[in-house]
Write a protein that binds this ligand. Structure first.
Ligand code: TYD
Length: 139
């Protein structure tokens, strides 16, 4: 029997308009590239070598994570399974639905992580303790 691999997040390849001047990616809300109503964009830069980020889950927020520059590993956990993805292109996005623990690691020098989010910032939507996340998943 073939093994079943968990797929906790969806890697999206964005359509890219390429010509002799370079590449252009356009992302619009409520499309296959951004499958939710977009309310916020933030980005993370200047991550020191070896520094991890994330280490939290969102109760309601979903998002698309994009390494607009460099490479970044994203580990996703639903409380039962873990899966890792490498973002290594500005033409790819990782769609994370709500209720997933995420960790970001192995930021290459100069990497930029851009996040398209379905909600405005709300600390009450975060679960920042892994044991609390496992309890929350059980409910
Ligand atoms: P944090 O959640 O720790 O970042 P990461 O997901 O990369 O681990 O956020 C860092 C700080 O920035 C924290 O004090 C919360 C704040 N913050 C905002 O004020 N607005 C935002 O939109 C985000 C994402 C974070």
């Amino acid at each position: 029997m073939p093994s079943t691999k968990p797929l906790l997040a969806t890697l999206i390849t964005f359509p890219t308009m390429t010509d002799g001047r370079g590449d252009l990616v356009a992302l619009e809300t409520n499309t296959p590239n951004v499958p939710f109503t977009l309310k916020r964009v933030y980005y993370i830069t200047n991550v020191p070598q070896g520094q991890d980020r994330g280490g939290h889950a969102h109760k309601a927020l979903e998002g698309v994570l994009i390494a607009t520059s460099g490479t970044i590993d994203i580990t996703v956990d639903n409380g039962h399974d873990r899966e890792s993805f490498t973002l290594d292109s500005p033409h790819k996005g990782l769609h994370l639905e709500a209720g997933l623990w995420r960790e970001m690691s192995n930021f290459s020098e100069g990497a930029v992580l851009m996040v398209l989010a379905s909600e405005v910032y709300d600390e009450a939507d975060y679960i920042r303790d892994y044991q609390a996340f496992l309890e929350w998943v059980k409910q």
